[in-house]
Design a protein around this ligand. Structure first.
Ligand code: GLA
Length: 696
């Protein structure tokens, strides 16, 4: 069992790391250690005991509490704030007891209790040994008669080893331009990253990495984590007045409240974090492995090459044009044909139809069956786009139930892309969606759903909420999860993709339901290299849907566009009707190649050899888990001449084993490819794909 317990002290060990906590002699649950696993259990430090050393520096303020509540003389960030029925806003938590739970993923539950009010708080820890991750979440239980208002309840506080000058890496972006890496020095005070948009957002992602400087892709200590949640979230990176660096992660407390009634329990989403001494690529690999092993609904399933109609036909999808596209798609080796937006009742543009989830009577006079049969007869699966959470005011659904949307009754309802958001916190809304989508999935042979969400919230009212109206922020997301989970339960054959105008809902919460994420609406391959690189810091390649489209075709050769998309789950989104016979033949060749190597890309270890964030000649390598096969992609965007490219140093090979690198005359040892490297010369806007194979 990787959780060791001594009296009032616990050590959580993974394969290479350890995390320890305990109750100090003042009775406070205190963080003790997080980092490299040490040889002996006796190596881990005792729980720190701080003393007041003058009236402004109290023990409570200085102690690295595992989960500080708002009480006493401390001015660091608390992780929980509550108001008791009598108006008292002071939560005094004392250690009650702890239990260990054995199993494949061992757990520790530490119970804390207020010494006056009937409230119990439990800190939960789950150990993911092989991925070196600790999962944390919190539950609060009201054992009394009157409601307690929760105003903040984070999932975890992660303490960094004492010291300062830590750097925080995080991802920022926008619609059409997601996932750009930022790295900045944390200085005294707090840095807040968050979403207030009801969903994860394109703007920030809850992923973080902390390092101590002198770190690169392959070397150096990093601490990293994610929040498994698809709604408003908050990350506070705090450097206290005595240079303690701490990261609080959880539900956003902005405009948040939850009324916890008698006997009720509120449980937070999970925060997962890990440590590695081996740099940024290693941190990514651990998250990738975790996603594939423990999160994705279909785990290590290889994703199919899909065709998506959006950029080719936009809203003009009808039986004939889609059937023609399907024939073209099948001829180049596509395995899954997806009809995007435009197929449902009166959906001729983005002003109408959302909410009315049945085939448009004019575009599909005989329903979807003839098209699906055609697609199936061509040897492909059929998939469909939906946007369940939304409604256009011009729809039958809205005309019948105008009060189903999120709104304040006295205020105008702001529209985004001419649509409003259905309040999935409401049972009747959830029932409607389950019924309509279940009907579609039952009637038709649909194997893939792209679930979209194309606007963020406004006027977040929920006047007939069963609790506090501000519970909408959490209840909505729980509602999305429950509708999705129920549909997935009824239709286990369906593969789901999470899209929110591209990568607006990319997180470890949604990955419990969706095997893939549509990373960005920006399909220009140059833009994609950067967006995909940011994405790869968090999510594995088998979740990264990437289409080859016509974007950038005047500058970028088809091979470049294919190579960029082959770095994830290859899809095609260009208008095949306009592709030349040469393009069609080349596309067929690349799809064929991809099918041969996708197991390495989708399931292997990813190494960012040269990052697009600081090199116009990025290179990415994927290595199979047995280290016998590998794929290298290298790209050159634009660099004025004269320019001599530096060698590419491969990673992840067995040093003593011999490997052949496609395009290189003689096999060499893994050590040679990794330390002497290989020279690849590329012109502007050229790229290459090299297969690497162990030969002995
Ligand atoms: C969003 C998606 C696109 C496409 C359109 C359809 O923008 O990200 O891929 O599905 O909606 O309206």
């Amino acid at each position: 069992m990787p959780i060791h317990s001594k009296p009032n002290y616990w050590i959580l060990e993974t394969d290479s790391t350890a995390y320890s906590l305990g109750v100090n002699s003042h009775g406070l649950l205190t963080h003790a250690y997080w980092g490299k696993r040490l040889p002996s259990q006796n190596d881990y430090p005792e729980t720190p005991v701080m003393v007041n050393w003058e009236s402004f520096n109290n023990a409570a303020h200085l102690t690295p509490e595992e989960y500080p509540a708002y009480t006493g003389m401390k001015y660091v960030e608390p992780d929980i704030l509550v108001t008791f029925p009598d108006g008292v806003r002071d939560l005094v938590l004392h250690f009650e007891d702890a239990e260990l739970q054995a199993g494949e993923k061992p757990e520790l539950h530490v119970h804390l209790r207020d010494d006056h009010y009937p409230v119990q708080l439990t800190l939960h820890y789950r150990v993911h040994e092989a991925q070196d991750l600790i999962e944390r979440w919190v539950s609060i239980h009201n054992l009394g008669g009157d409601p307690v208002m929760i105003e903040r309840i984070f999932s975890a506080l992660w303490h960094l080893p004492p010291g300062q000058d830590y750097f925080l890496s995080h991802l920022t972006g926008n619609w059409n331009d997601e996932m750009h890496l930022r790295r900045e020095l944390l200085t005294y005070g707090s840095k807040i990253l968050e979403s207030r948009r009801l969903t994860t957002s394109h703007q920030h992602n809850s992923w973080f990495v902390i390092d101590h400087g002198n770190v690169d892709e392959d070397h150096g200590e990093v601490w990293f984590g994610v929040l498994a949640w698809s709604g408003n979230w908050k990350l506070t990176a705090e450097v206290t007045d005595y240079a303690a660096t701490r990261l609080h992660q959880g539900l956003n407390d902005w405009d948040f409240a939850w009324r916890l009634n008698q006997g009720e329990t509120f449980t937070t989403p999970s925060s997962l974090a890990g440590y590695t001494p081996d740099g940024f690529s290693s941190a990514s690999q651990k998250l990738h492995d975790y996603a594939r092993e423990h999160v994705l609904p279909h785990g290590k399933m290889l994703n199919k090459v899909l065709y998506n109609s959006w950029e080719a036909t936009f809203f003009f999808v009808e039986e004939e044009s889609q059937a023609r596209l399907a024939e073209m798609a099948a001829s180049i080796g596509v395995e899954l044909f997806v009809v995007d937006d435009g197929w449902f009742h009166k959906r001729d543009n983005d002003w109408t139809g959302l909410g009315d989830w049945w085939p448009d009577e004019e575009k599909f006079p005989h329903g979807l069956a003839p098209l699906i049969q055609k697609v199936n007869s061509l040897g492909m699966d059929f998939g469909l786009w939906i946007e369940p959470e939304m409604v256009n005011p011009d729809s039958d659904l809205y005309r019948a139930y105008p009060d189903w949307v999120i709104h304040f009754p006295t205020r105008q309802r702001s529209e985004g892309r001419n649509q409003l958001i259905l309040n999935l916190a409401r049972q009747n809304v959830r029932d409607y969606l389950i019924e309509k989508i279940d009907h579609l999935l039952s009637e038709y042979n649909i194997r893939f759903i792209k679930w979209d969400m194309n606007r963020h919230v406004s006027e977040p009212g929920f006047m007939d909420s069963p609790g506090d109206p501000r519970e909408i922020w959490v209840r909505y997301v729980q509602g999305v999860y429950s509708v999705w989970r129920e549909l997935a339960r009824r239709h286990p054959e369906v593969v789901w993709q999470s899209c929110s105008g591209g990568g607006g809902r990319a997180d470890f919460g949604i990955l419990q339901l969706a095997d893939q994420i549509w990373v960005s609406d920006n399909t220009d391959a140059i833009a994609r290299l950067s967006i995909q690189e940011g994405f790869s810091r968090v999510f594995p390649a088998n979740t990264m849907e990437a289409w080859v489209t016509d974007a950038g075709k005047d500058i970028l050769p088809l091979s470049f566009r294919f190579h960029a998309s082959m770095c994830g789950v290859l899809g095609i989104g260009g208008n095949l009707m306009l592709w030349s016979p040469d393009d069609i033949a080349e596309a067929a060749k690349w799809i064929d190649t991809y099918k041969d190597i996708r197991h390495i890309i989708q399931l292997g270890d990813l190494y960012r050899l040269r990052c697009v964030s600081h090199d116009n000649c990025p290179a990415i390598q994927y290595v199979s888990k047995d280290q016998a096969e590998s794929v290298l992609f290298a790209f050159r965007t634009y660099m004025p001449e004269p320019y001599r490219l530096s060698p590419i140093y491969l990673r992840g090979l067995i040093p003593e084993a011999m490997y052949n690198v496609e395009g290189c005359a003689t096999p060499r040892t893994g050590a040679a490819w990794m330390h002497d490297g290989l020279q690849i010369d590329l012109n502007n806007f050229q790229s290459t794909l090299r297969l690497i194979k162990r030969v002995e």
